[in-house]
Design a protein around this ligand. Sequence first.
Ligand code: ADP
Length: 173
Amino acid sequence: MSKIRVECGDITRLRVDAVVNAANSGLRGGGGVDGAIHRAGGPSILQECDAIRYRQGCCPTGEAVITGAGDMPSKHVIHTVGPVWRGGQSDEASLLANCYRNSLDLAMKHGLRTVAFPCISTGVFGYPPEQAAPLALHAVRDFCARHPDAVDEVIFCVFSRADEALYVELLKD
Ligand code: ADP
């Protein structure tokens, strides 16, 4: 059984096996949580992203790739590319669910037992947080039900009190 919980704060400070990055498909770093992770982790993360891009090209929306975590206390970064919100009729929901599922799948394949997610797509990419939160939780619960021994703990690392309230409410039941 995996434990699922919410924590409010900076994901770059968490001592977990993997922090998930809300990356863009070019894997070149950017603003928001992506920028924070590259700043905190240092240049080795971008070097590894460059090598991945060289090998396999850009990371498609909904997919995930893994690098080390550089100077952060975590061990790995799982970079996943969330969908840009275009009104909800462009497959955004299934693409966002894929982000959570594929990130956990990658964690499982690498034997990583503790994983922290930011609120993927709900910043610059514009996904409404109140729609993203139940979807994220459902995707994580579904994965954990299918793979009960895969991970010990999944943390939703929120960055605002509003997002914290959303997840706390959802995690009640
Ligand atoms: P996207 O482009 O996928 O929307 P953003 O980085 O713009 O990604 O935002 C995703 C979420 O990450 C937002 O809820 C934002 O508040 C949050 N965030 C930004 N910085 C951090 C951080 N250091 N730790 C955790 N979450 C963060």
